[in-house]
Each structure stands twice: as structure tokens, then as C-alpha cells.
Design a protein around this ligand. Sequence first.
Ligand SMILES: Nc1ncnc2c1ncn2[C@@H]1O[C@H](COP(=O)(O)OP(=O)(O)O)[C@@H](O)[C@H]1O
Ligand SMILES: [Mg+2]
Length: 379
Amino acid sequence: MITSIQIQANSPSKMQIVSEPTPSVKENKFLELTGLNLLDGRFRLLEEVLGGKSSTCYFGRDENSGTDIFVKLCIFPRSDLERARFKNEIDYLKLNAGFNEIIKKTPSYIADGELFDGRILYLVTERVHGTLLSDWLRAHWSTSDLQQRLLIAYRVFGANENFIHDTAHRDLHVGNIILLPDEIDLYSATPDFKTIVLDWGQCYCGVLYQYSENDDDHMVIIHNGMGKELTTSFYNLPPETFQDQEKPNTGFNKYDSWAMGLLLYKLITGKDLFSFKNIGHYASSLRRIENIVTSGCFDIIKAAEQQGGYLLAEILIQLMRSNPSERMSISKARHALWFILVEQFYPTERSEILAFLKNPNYHTGCKWQHYTIEEFDAS
Ligand SMILES: Nc1ncnc2c1ncn2[C@@H]1O[C@H](COP(=O)(O)OP(=O)(O)O)[C@@H](O)[C@H]1O
Ligand SMILES: [Mg+2]
């Protein structure tokens, strides 16, 4: 909250914006007594962020650089797993920093630390200024048209194609995705989706696990904790979550596709594909996936019949396959959306749709206006 603008006495031309902590932060004796209100003599906590699922979060200011920051705290972690998850997010953001130079998809890491013998951990990142996808759905969905909704799907899918091989975020709900205000260029060979994915504590990277050397490596603790407790939003949980994790083939590389299928349906129809009263009800509805998806396809075709509805319905079917090894990758779904958005490719014949979806970028059955295979191969 900006409460005043001061003119610095020693430099009359320079205006300094002074941010005062909100009452909730000012009156928080715990933060004051523990010194958490100013971390490392530099990161000032200003405003509590509500609405997160598990952490204690604040917006603040880096008093060294004057930039807006986001601070996440893990206070008295109750288990090695909780600590490992917090550290996992730090590791991932650091690892992804180089890839952000190519296409920015995660908040930039600034600092992290531990206080009181590791009983309090903190992570400082840039504060991303944009619109949380949950807010976009609430505020803009009803006034948007199908093209705008599919563009959001395209952006979110693109942001969720991980650069780090064999990585699943595992908690891709609409409160963990921020849309930046900028326009996106649909014709670029390295498209910037202007979409930032938050909250990486649950992410699982198979390669990192394989190369971990010690039992107390974060990824090993996360791997061993999998299937033993549910800490993510359970609406997004794909069916393999409820399988024996020790069985072979419960891979994670298509885990996030499931969440993207749910999001695609929500963006097109404005509704949730699954409705349930409690976890048990949800788990039992997973036994009727095929029926639920089939009825979802009718909704999609109704909402988008003349604008690629049949193709969108097939994308939903393939993203929501129960068996992860048969599930469509997010990247393929994103490419298919591109042809709907840019080429206005609206096939209705199932055989053509299936042939196209085998490999959208190499589909030869059509004459494209904007797309050339050579360009794609060169990128
Ligand atoms: N870097 C950021 N910039 C701006 N807002 C953020 C940032 N990271 C998180 N948020 C906001 O804080 C909320 C909680 O953060 P998140 O990392 O999702 O923690 P939790 O584990 O509590 O869900 C998010 O839903 C989002 O509204
Ligand atoms: Mg979150």
C-alpha cells in the first residue's frame, strides 16, 4: 500500500515512494518480535497476501533496489517433507533462471534464507504484476469471446511446457497462474506466452531424482513422500494419484496435461468438468471419467461448434485419458490450439481430426495460410 510520496531533502528532484505496511502487517507482533518484518536488513514485508493454499505470503519491497517483491515464509515446518517442498521451490526457481532468459515463465528468484536454526525459512522473488487466472475467470470470462478464451488456454499451455525435461508442476490450479498484461505475438518462432507459473514446491523432476545422490536431497524426500499424503488442490488430481506409486509406469510426465484438460473445459464452457461434494465423491467420479468427458465434449461442441468445437472436444478427450501414457502432451495441445486460433482450422470429420492430432505441426492434409513446416523446423 503506497501511503505517501516524499521528496528527499538531499535530492529535490528525486521523488521517493514510501510504502507503509498495511495494518495487518504493522500490528502483527509476531513479525515484529521475530524481526521477520525486515528480512536480512533489506526485504521489507508490507502486505499479507491472502488466498494462497499453504504458505504465509507477503508483498513487500527490496529496500536495496527499491523493487517490489513477493516473500513466502515456511514457519516451523512440521516434517522433512514440508521443508523439502519449500526448498524444492527455491531449487526450481534457481534452476529455471537461465530458461527465463529465453521465455519467461517463472518469477525471478531474488534470495532465500533460514532463521532460528532453520525453524523459519523464507524465499524472496520478484512480485509479478498481472492478473491471477482465477481473477480473470471471475472478472472477464463472461464478457470474453471464444477466441479470447482459447488464447488464454494457448498462453497457459505454453507457459506450462517445462524447459526442464521430465518435470511436472503437479499443482496447476487457477490460483497459481498469472497472466501478464502484454499482448502476445502468435507468429513468433519462440513465442513469449506472457504467463507466469507460481508455486513450484510440489514439482517433481524425474531426472533430478535419478541424479540425486543423498537420501536427504529434496527431490528424494519428495519422491518418497509421493502417494502418502495429499497437499495439492485435489480438484486437479489425475487418476494415477490414486494408483500404487510403487507400480511401474506411474510416470509423471503427463501429470499436468490432466489439469490443462480441466482448464480447457472451464475456459470454453465456464463450468467445472467434475462437480463433487467431498474427496470421496471426487475419487469415485474418477471411475466414470469416460462418461464425464463424453458429456463434456457435447458442452464443448455446443459452445464452439462453428469454431473448432469438434477438434477442441477431441483435445479434451486426449488430455483427459486415464492412462498417462496415452494422454496428450501439453505441447501438442498448445500447437493444435494455434491452428484453431491462427489458421481457423475447424475440422468436423473425426478421421481428419485424429490424423491432425497425431502431429499437428506436420499435418499435410491442409493448405495453411500462415504456417510453414520449414519455419517450424528451423526454430
Ligand atoms: N511472485 C509473485 N508475484 C505476485 N503474486 C504472487 C507471486 N507468487 C505468489 N503470488 C500470490 O500469492 C498467492 C500464494 O502464493 P503461492 O506461491 O501460490 O503459495 P501457496 O503455496 O500458499 O499457494 C498466489 O495465489 C498469488 O496470488
Ligand atoms: Mg498456490
